[in-house]
Unconditional design. Structure first.
Length: 159
């Protein structure tokens, strides 16, 4: 795998500097880790996708605004920052079929809970444990979700 373009390297360095200044909590607030991963993907796709090409410019601008934002933090600025990142993530998901980290795990738990609750009535009565259906459903959902997340990771589909 290639190391990344000059553009990406510059972006990653800049994000790394912000992460150091902001500390772990601040970096999380600004979703810097996600932004770095998004930048990597956008960079990879920019050869074949015009929108990703445009997103690169957007990320460059975003980092410029971020430098100001960390000096003068504001709710509105942070909101706009997060919104821009989310919009880029949406593009990667919709057009390039990528998924969030833990995407299938969340889905598995949700479905497992619903299915488990449905089974729970009969099973719970038989075993004298009303929560057992949901517990089993969630356990199964976690197992399947973990498997699918791992598969997605191996296929390079996780942002
Ligand atoms: Zn794209």
């Amino acid at each position: 795998m290639e190391v990344g373009s000059q553009w990406y390297n510059r972006v990653a360095t800049e994000i790394g500097q912000h992460q150091m200044t902001l500390g772990e909590k601040g970096a999380k607030q600004y979703k810097l880790d996600l932004l770095r991963r998004v930048a990597k993907r956008v960079d990879e796709f920019s050869d074949i996708c015009a929108e990703c090409q445009a997103l690169k410019q957007e990320i460059t601008n975003l980092l410029q605004e971020l430098s100001l934002l960390v000096q003068m933090p504001g709710k509105e600025g942070l909101k706009k920052h997060i919104k821009t990142i989310n919009k880029q993530v949406e593009h990667l998901k919709k057009v390039h079929k990528l998924v969030d980290k833990g995407h299938y795990m969340g889905m598995g738990i949700g479905i497992g809970m619903a299915v488990g609750a449905g089974l729970g009535g009969a099973l719970g009565a038989a075993m004298d444990n009303p929560g057992i259906g949901t517990a089993l459903g969630v356990a199964l959902g976690v197992a399947i979700g973990m498997y699918l997340d791992k598969k997605a990771r191996q296929e390079g589909k996780v942002i």
